[in-house]
Design a protein around this ligand. Structure first.
Ligand code: F58
Length: 832
């Protein structure tokens, strides 16, 4: 008599056909389903499957992590520590499985249980512990550090809420908390044994030590705890697993029982609430004084926890002392956000380890290196002196001492030149006194790098020329990069498979190998395959647009993509003016022969940035009209996808035909979206800004659309007096679209009229980012795009050459540059 077997026994029977790796994986998943989640195969939800699968994968990383730790410890190796307030990691499942070499085994193990890996991994919440390129760069660099077997630890904050979740309501951005931890975070390991305690506030008093020497003591402080969570970071095709250690804040006293028993229920948890506020959210609104204070406290909190963790690790080896600290430990500051580390290391050396100032400064300045990510003056961090005094009184005194040392150096170099001293000083004295964190970072680091060749040149010649003269050789360039594991292999499996079939999989670790694709650029069959994949990716994106925007788009249209933080300098509104111009031409002539286009946007605006939010509203409002206007006849579509995040980027990028990189020249430090899109065969339309300049060098002038004023032209225009009204008056079409935008046509009856606010910023507001000056040249360049797209062979060749020629922008190359030029770091092979 036939016996109906249970799904589990079926699985066991079938697993006989699985590879040993897949069978072991399957067993491990079933184990966690049962013993971690209390489920069986029949009752498990998708989320249970996801947690069990992630935990099984994590086990495999922990094993390699232990081997890595042993190898690094035994070799007393030099390490780099990456300090960053942001890590925009996204989802980890697919990348971890790919890097571990378990993709096929995973599909088999789950398929055999009747489960689909792609559905299960879709359950993962993005880890959105970052804001934009700076945070994503940190995540790409961790991937490359492990892949290249370089000993490294990333340090950051374990935010309870990541960057907000964005929704559109009547076209307006609405922000909701991003509660990524709500269903648990299976990747992380809790490390209570490495908890640190952190002092804040208080005051300084003078004391004499037992040798009669004067010392400062930091007293009457408040104490909170830093509690570490480790996320393992696995390299591709290697045994190295480094860690990302994220600090959560906790109160020293969870709960005051006596107050509680006396009926003071709220009072009893007040301390706990403050302690936990520190790691509650990324970028608390710093428009208020409280918000600013919290931001500074966050920076100090994660920096002191990390430094003491580094020192503990250093002295864990009895051979080590302060004499070899700088030889063994190197700390990279990701922007100025962790710059207070320079002062904190000084404080630890002076006050807690009793070193003299000169020796402490010598060690400190051999340990730190600083990456600058912006030239925008408003983005260079400054802390008011009274705020600094309140939160970190001892640190302010140390800053004054460092500044005195700096002023002496300046006097030696430029005797009697007070203007130079004012420029270089760590303290700004324009009315309100403020601590300049960028100056501190330059002075306290042995190397300072910009993130693209042009940006580094501007850093040296325009932002910090005096420092460049004072410290020759300190400023160097490391052009940014992106990890090919996430930004091609994982996000574009169809294209990856085609490339593997042509040149093998070696490009995943050595992206320059893509050059071999050049020889297929004219091959019609390869072109067809390449463009068929693009089309299929567009079909997938069209489904997402339908689901998330309710808009129907054709995969045969040109997909014109601008995805990045919403900021005036990135000029999403220049793109909007071009859309309006096309729309106007079409409604005036419905037979106009235009290549059908889908304009895809995705962007979050900082919650306090009103104009950025108005630009979102304006794009949505124009889109709503364009998308439903019968005269357009489907030739133009505008889709603003809500809630931009890493996992959404990885769906949009493989489907893009055109990559919008249209910042005002000199303002975009590098860009990294430009690299991701080009790698996936999108052509760039862009200004000569940031890394666009280097992309143009690599792909060739014929395979990129360049327009607009150059840095020098922008500066000359500014110097001569920039008058946006002039462009308005001289260009009939520009005038018409600006006035259209400023009317209530797109937002009938709405008050305030936000599109009109955007127009006003460009005319009455002086157009700080010269949108109007570049409008005509942008439209002309877009016309060249239209012409090129009409010739499918020509377009395919250009797209293939973009993919083939952007090997330089692998983050492996960036990390190699850092390791050679800055960190002096050697790979360490890990044996199991
Ligand atoms: C970005 N900066 C640059 N900042 O804009 C981009 O050109 C560069 O490629 C990237 O860094 C990596 O070097 C960036 O993402 C932020 O997100 C700021 C964080 C602090 C608040 C203001 C935004």
């Amino acid at each position: 008599m036939p016996v109906t077997s249970s799904p589990k026994s079926k699985a066991q029977a079938k697993s006989a056909a699985l590879s040993p790796e897949a069978a072991a994986l399957q067993q491990s998943i079933l184990h966690y389903l049962k013993y971690k989640l209390g489920r069986d195969v029949e009752s498990a939800t998708r989320r249970d499957w996801w947690i069990a699968t992630a935990t099984a994968v994590r086990d495999r990383m922990i094993e390699r992590g232990l081997d890595t730790y042993r190898a690094h410890r035994a070799g007393n190796v030099r390490r780099v520590y990456y300090l960053s307030l942001e890590y925009l990691i996204g989802r980890l499942m697919l990348n971890n499985v790919i890097n571990l070499g378990l993709l096929d085994a995973m599909h088999a193990a789950l398929g055999d249980l009747g489960q689909d890996f792609d559905t299960i991994r879709g359950q993962e919440e993005d880890m959105g512990l970052g804001n934009g390129g700076l945070g994503r760069l940190a995540a790409c660099y961790l991937d490359s550090l492990s892949t290249m077997d370089l000993p490294a630890v990333g340090y950051g904050i374990h935010y309870e809420f990541g960057l907000f979740r964005q929704e559109f309501v009547n076209g307006h951005q609405v922000e909701h908390p991003d509660n990524w931890l709500v269903y648990g975070a299976p990747w992380e390991l809790v490390r209570p044994e490495f908890t640190q305690s952190v002092k804040l506030f208080g005051r300084c008093e003078q004391v004499f030590d037992d040798r009669g020497n004067f010392q400062w003591r930091w007293v009457d402080t408040k104490t909170i705890l830093g509690f570490p969570f480790d996320i393992p970071v696995v390299g591709y095709g290697t045994k190295t697993v480094n860690i990302l250690r994220l600090w959560a804040s906790k109160a020293t006293e969870d709960f005051d029982l006596r107050t509680f028993n006396d009926g003071g229920y709220i009072e009893a948890v007040r301390e706990k609430a403050y302690g936990e506020t520190i790691s509650k959210v990324l970028y608390p609104n710093d428009k208020t004084e409280n918000g600013k204070e919290l931001r500074l406290v966050q920076q100090y909190f994660f920096v002191t926890c990390s430094l003491r963790d580094i020192i503990r690790r250093h002295f864990g080896n009895p051979e080590n002392s302060w004499d070899n600290f700088a030889a063994k430990q190197c700390i990279q500051l990701n922007d100025t956000h962790p710059a207070v580390a320079i002062v904190e290391l000084m404080r630890l050396l002076l006050d807690e380890h009793g070193l003299p100032f000169a020796r402490a400064w010598e060690i400190t300045t051999q340990v730190f290196a600083y990456t600058n990510h912006t030239l925008l003056p408003e983005a260079l961090e400054k802390w008011s002196v009274p705020l600094f005094q309140r939160v970190l009184p001892r640190h302010l005194l140390i800053i004054y001492d460092i500044n005195q040392h700096l002023m002496e150096l300046c006097e030696q170099r430029w005797p009697g030149d007070d203007a130079k001293k004012r420029t270089l000083s760590l303290i700004e004295e324009n009315g309100h006194k403020a601590v300049r964190m960028a100056n501190l970072s330059v002075v306290g680091s042995f190397a300072v790098n910009g993130v693209a060749a042009l940006h580094t040149r501007l850093l040296r010649t325009q932002l910090f020329p005096e420092f460049d003269a004072l410290y020759p050789g300190k400023f160097i360039n490391v052009t940014n990069g992106i990890t090919p594991r996430r930004w091609l292999r994982a996000c574009n499996p169809r294209l990856s498979a085609l490339i593997d079939a042509k040149i093998g999989p070696g490009w995943t670790r050595d992206l320059d190998q893509l050059k071999q694709l050049e020889r297929f650029a004219d091959d019609a069959k390869f072109q067809d395959e390449f463009m068929a994949i693009k089309r299929q990716n567009k079909v997938d994106l069209a489904a997402i647009i339908r689901r998330d925007c309710g808009i129907e788009v054709s995969p045969d249209a040109l997909f014109d993509v601008q995805i990045k933080r919403l900021h005036e300098y990135k000029r999403q509104h220049l793109n909007l003016l071009h859309i309006l111009a096309l729309y106007r031409r079409l409604v005036q002539n419905p037979d106009l022969d235009l290549v059908p286009r889908v304009f895809v946007f995705a962007a979050k605006a900082a919650p306090g940035y009103d104009l950025a939010k108005a630009i979102i509203k304006a794009i949505n409002a124009v889109g709503a009209r364009v998308n439903h206007d019968p005269r357009v006849n489907g030739k133009l579509k505008v889709a603003f996808l809500p809630n931009y995040r890493v996992s959404l980027a990885s769906r949009i990028i493989p489907a893009a035909d055109l990559s919008e990189q249209i910042s005002t020249a000199g303002k975009e430090a590098s860009g990294t979206g430009n690299m991701k899109l080009a790698l996936n065969g999108a052509l760039t339309i862009g200004t000569l800004d940031g890394a666009n300049v280097e992309i143009k060098e690599e792909v060739g002038d014929d395979n990129i659309f360049i327009f607009g004023h150059t840095v020098e032209e922008v500066q000359a225009l500014r110097a001569a007096g920039y008058h946006p009204w002039k462009y308005y008056e001289e260009d009939e079409e520009l005038r018409a679209v600006l006035d259209w935008l400023g009317s209530d046509y797109f937002v009938p009856g709405e008050s305030p009229n936000l599109p009109a606010f955007v127009r006003a910023s460009l005319l009455d507001g002086g157009d700080p980012f010269m949108v109007l000056a570049d409008f005509r040249s942008y439209c002309d360049s877009q016309a060249r795009v239209d012409a090129a797209y009409r010739d499918p062979r020509r377009w395919a060749k250009m797209a293939i050459l973009n993919t083939a020629r952007v090997g330089k922008f692998s983050s492996d190359r960036s990390i190699r540059d850092y390791a050679e030029k800055i960190w002096r770091l050697q790979p360490v092979r890990v044996q199991s």
